[in-house]
Design a protein around this ligand. Sequence first.
Ligand code: SF4
Length: 352
Amino acid sequence: MKKNKTKHPLPRLEDSSGFRSSLLAWYDEYKRDLPWRAKPSLYKTVISEFMLQQTRVSTVLPYFDRWVNKFPDFQTLAVASEEKVVKAWEGLGYYSRARNLHKLAKIASIWKTPPETVKEWKKLPGVGPYIAAAVTSIALEKPEAVCDGNLVRVLTRIFAIKEEYKDGATAQKKLHPLAQSLIDHHRSGDYNQAMMELGATVCHRQSPLCLTCPVVNFCESGRVGHAENFPKIQKKKNRKKSIQRYWVENEDFLLLYSDLNSKNKLKGIYELPHQLPESFQYSSGNIESLGIRKRTIGNVDYEEEIIRISAFTKESSQLDSDYLWADSEKRKEISLSGPHRKWIEEISLRFL
Ligand code: SF4
């Protein structure tokens, strides 16, 4: 039994077994038909949980199917090249997840039996408390509760928790003991998935569907129509960052950049360059702004202005190894950052 380390006693449901029964009965009838739930396996659970980190189910669906076709098990994934693995992940973002998954597969491919505890899973590459609890409960039926953003929303609403959390991660950590206190010990994997499903499909951030919610009778805020007051999380202002990106074409070829020696997550992922080689010569008359693209990564709002250099000196076409002239075939072959691929497809219609 885990000890509750919180100073205050956990809130309790009067009829916690009734709550679990209502939730699981709803889940059995209405759960989404997701590919990792059909013929589930440890491998499929690990892949889906890595992909679902900070990514919507609808985005993950086509990736998951392609991935499992290409790499059907830990062994196949373990022997694939890192380049191939990152290419298969292209567009899902947060590429460190793909690299960690690859490292994990190399370890898992020689397991006689997989580790069974959250503590052991957390030692594996890319596995934090959430993935460790999800995998051990869903694939190994251990009574370990997950506590992600969905759980934070559902729990704070059910118990009308007024505490204001510094951020989402703090809320997840503080609410974990409460999530753990409610878990169903006989169907822990289904229980965790049901809570996440409830958060994703019923207990929406805005306009939760309380009138048809399977656990409304257990929900303090839902019963009185105050659900949207919870959770209470301090709002942080995102940082703003402006970057210039360069569009340089040479007949059918486009100039791309990747920091090949970088240790960061974008290693080997090509983008429109944010800097040009020093040897690159062009005059101000050959510069044109193609517009600004906006995107948010984590808590940073990026504004990326794409600047076209329409003419440059011949000598400057000699580039160091971080740069690449890529024609359409090469661009299909290499890993491009997801948003950059979209921008390139759009702008290519005019210039390539
Ligand atoms: S009753 Fe409403 S607030 Fe409560 S869990 Fe259901 S959807 Fe969420």
